[in-house]
Design a protein around this ligand. Structure first.
Ligand code: NAP
Length: 255
């Protein structure tokens, strides 16, 4: 097994946490567990067995990003895998608005984290990833961006979220095409209903049941099911595959 250095944004909870746990506990990776609050990052990294380091990171702050890049280069010589999982918190006041009711404030808030956070993190880490892969004898650098099925299918509400995640798909495709010859691979995970505190555990029973009725598999997905896919993509098993959008939704959006 190749030991890789993995950075996961927004990994104090939910999907980011599960991906960190999978890489550290089952893939033998060194994982940088990130939160805007260093104490939350420490608490999350302590809940994972294996080699983890807690990192304070707000993806909307260029200063934070620069300082994380600097620290990672000096402590680990760079990263092999970047997972952009940080997402603006689920806000009913934004999500349940129709398109014509969308405010610039709501749009900017979501674009800042979900889209620009992904863009800025990727831009900041690409140069050192390329340097690392050029010395690694065949091991590629991997960028995994977390999006959502509305990015592909549209949605009847919550347009800022759909727009941000659709643009994330475009970011992935650009990275794949521009840096494929530098041994960088890129993927989007388009997620359906995955049970986390931000979704399942903050919804009414009616909302949960409605979500269950949507996919062919008639159930919610688990964070571990997402993490297993991320680990596969990060491995060399996917060495001739890049730019793809992998839908993890139990069979609701099938393209
Ligand atoms: N769960 C689902 O059904 C589902 C479906 C489709 C897509 N997704 C996507 O999957 C990702 C994870 O979602 P989740 O359900 O696991 O929700 P979550 O538990 O709320 O995770 C989101 C994480 O993002 C972090 N975050 C928020 N703003 C940030 C910022 N400015 N800078 C850095 N980190 C920030 C939060 O960490 P701190 O507060 O500790 O900083 C939090 O850990 C999101 O991108 C979400 O859009 C989820």
């Amino acid at each position: 097994m190749i030991k890789k250095v993995v950075l996961v944004t927004g990994s104090s909870s939910g999907i980011g946490f599960a991906i960190s746990k999978e890489f550290a506990e089952n893939q033998g990776s060194t994982v940088l567990v990130c939160s805007r609050n260093i104490n939350d990052a420490i608490r999350a990294s302590q809940r994972i067995k294996g080699n983890t380091h807690a990192v304070q990171l707000d993806v909307t702050k260029e200063k934070d990003i620069r300082s994380v890049v600097k620290g990672v280069l000096s402590d680990h010589g760079g990263i092999d895998i970047l997972v952009n999982s940080a997402g603006y918190r689920f806000d009913k006041a934004i999500w349940y608005k129709k398109y014509h009711q969308m405010t610039d404030r709501a749009l900017d808030a979501i674009l800042e984290v979900d889209l620009k956070g992904t863009i800025h993190m990727t831009r900041a880490f690409l140069p050192s990833m390329i340097r690392k892969t050029s010395r690694s004898g065949g091991v590629s650098g991997v960028i995994i961006n977390i999006a959502s099925t509305p990015a592909l299918s549209g949605q009847k509400e919550g347009a800022p979220y759909t727009i941000a995640k659709a643009a994330v798909v475009a970011v992935t495709k650009h990275i794949a095409l521009e840096y494929g010859n530098k041994k960088i691979r890129a993927y989007t995970l388009a997620l359906g209903n995955i049970a986390t505190d931000a979704t399942y555990y903050s919804m009414t029973k009616r909302g949960r049941n409605k979500a269950v009725s949507e996919p062919a598999m008639k159930r919610w997905g688990s964070v571990e099911e997402v993490a297993k896919v991320a680990a596969c993509l990060g491995s060399e098993s996917f060495s001739y595959t890049t730019g793809n959008t992998i839908i993890i939704d139990g069979g609701k959006v099938i393209v």
